[in-house]
Design a protein around this ligand. Structure first.
Ligand code: GRF
Length: 200
């Protein structure tokens, strides 16, 4: 069975969606390790409960960014994963990591890319006044949320939405498309042609 590792910095509800999908059989895969930069991340509790090993790499423990990136790269390689999933990982990955895992890292973003990349995507969508928003799973490249898009799901933006209510509605869809994208990837059904992803 193919394996993936997860990088997460916080609450880890998308990580939990992956764990749940493995339990039901919807995602026939193994989660090899959770890697986090945040020792307080609730994702750690979720990993422990599911019996998934955890590595904590705290950025301030390293002399500089390069040292951190090298340690993270080694940790990622050591998991032996076919795929890495960024599930609320709040750091930009360096070029060394991109080069080591070309088209082997997925990210989940709470907007319909290429709209509203970066932080506070739900707030950006509300402030812009869009009528629909949603979420995207994409392959990671060296830009911020710019890589080839694998799956997207739309949600309506209601006139009385706050950042929190919109985020919650989007999150429900995130929990559906992330396990689906991981499954497609691990089944070898994702082909990248330039910017486009062809699903087989
Ligand atoms: C999600 O909204 C995800 O799209 C974004 O960060 C948030 C992580 O939430 N990248 P959680 O930690 O998975 O609950």
């Amino acid at each position: 069975m193919k394996g993936f590792s997860v990088l997460a910095s916080g609450r880890g509800s998308n990580f939990q969606a992956l764990i749940d999908a493995m339990k039901t059989g919807a995602l026939p895969a193994r989660c090899l390790r959770l890697i986090t930069d945040n020792p307080q991340a609730y994702a750690i509790e979720r990993a422990k409960k599911a019996g998934i090993p955890v590595s904590i790499l705290e950025f301030p423990a390293y002399p500089d960014r390069t040292a951190y990136e090298i340690a993270l790269l080694r940790e990622m390689q050591a998991t032996g994963a076919d795929l890495f999933v960024l599930a609320g990982y709040m750091r930009i990955l360096g070029q060394g990591i991109m080069d080591a895992f070309p088209h082997r890292i997925l990210n989940i973003h709470p907007a319909l890319l290429p709209s509203f990349p970066g932080l506070h995507a739900q707030r950006q969508a509300l402030e812009h006044g869009v009528r629909v928003s949603g979420c995207s799973v994409h392959l990671v490249d060296s830009g911020t949320d710019t890589g080839p898009i694998v799956l997207q799901r739309c949600v309506r933006v209601e006139e009385n939405d706050t950042e929190e209510t919109l985020a919650a509605r989007i999150l429900t869809e995130e929990h559906r498309i992330l396990p689906e994208a991981v499954r497609l990837f691990l089944e070898g059904r994702i082909e990248v042609r330039g910017r486009r992803v062809i699903l087989r």
